[in-house]
Design a protein around this ligand. Structure first.
Ligand code: 5GP
Length: 200
């Protein structure tokens, strides 16, 4: 179907270009588990590695989970135009280095960014062809219990993340698609179909 106003084909009809997919979702929704499964199912997808000023959590490796940088280095990257987008979230800076994403797309690989909503909005402006997907919990109660059960964060951080989660979920209508993470396998396959452009 063609959009009467814009004359554009719906996103699902466009297949030729590898696409950039942005996945957002509140802290505690299970993004890491779902994305780990997507990565296992489709190693051809390029997963962007963000830069952040947040200190590493136990088990996180510099250059793999994030590029852990000082605030001054982050500011330098912004000033030199190296960031495709960036945002401050729960007191720390997070941003997507532009070049690896552009290189992956140019090489024909679908690319995936896992970022928060302010960043997703910036990507939408910079690359209107990007597809925005929000991963949501089956219910608010599930999200609260997952965040409390994680045990890696102190209560104040959990509170801040819940406040941010409420705001993120309110932005759902700005996204092209929503995937409910009730079951990791099901959510991963649904997301994979969207990333690879096999949404029907
Ligand atoms: P965490 O500290 O739990 O790893 O991430 C906190 C939030 O920052 C998550 O919502 C995550 O999606 C987001 N995030 C991670 N990398 C980026 C990035 O490069 N840009 C933006 N805007 N958000 C990011």
């Amino acid at each position: 179907m063609i959009d009467a106003k814009t004359g554009a084909e719906p996103r699902s009809a466009r297949r030729a270009e590898p696409r950039l997919t942005v996945v957002s979702g509140p802290s505690g929704v299970g993004k890491s588990s779902v994305l780990a499964e997507v990565r296992r199912l489709a190693p051809e997808i390029y997963f962007s590695v963000s830069a952040t000023t947040r200190p590493p959590r136990a088990g996180e490796i510099d250059g793999v989970h994030y590029h852990f940088v000082e605030e001054a280095e982050f500011e330098r990257m912004i000033a030199s135009g190296e960031m495709l987008e960036y945002a401050r979230y729960a007191g720390n800076l997070y941003g997507t280095p532009r070049k690896p994403v552009e290189d992956a797309l140019a090489a024909g690989r679908p690319a995936l960014l896992e970022i928060e909503v302010q960043g997703a909005r910036q990507v939408r402006r910079a690359m209107p062809e990007a597809q925005l997907v929000m991963l949501v919990p089956p219910s608010w109660e599930v999200l609260v219990s997952r965040l409390n059960g994680r045990g890696t964060e102190d209560p104040e951080v959990v509170e801040r993340r819940l406040a941010a989660a409420r705001e993120e979920l309110a932005a759902q209508s700005e996204f092209d698609a929503t995937v409910v993470n009730e079951d990791v396998q099901v959510a991963a396959r649904e997301l994979l179909r969207l990333i690879l452009g096999q949404d029907r």
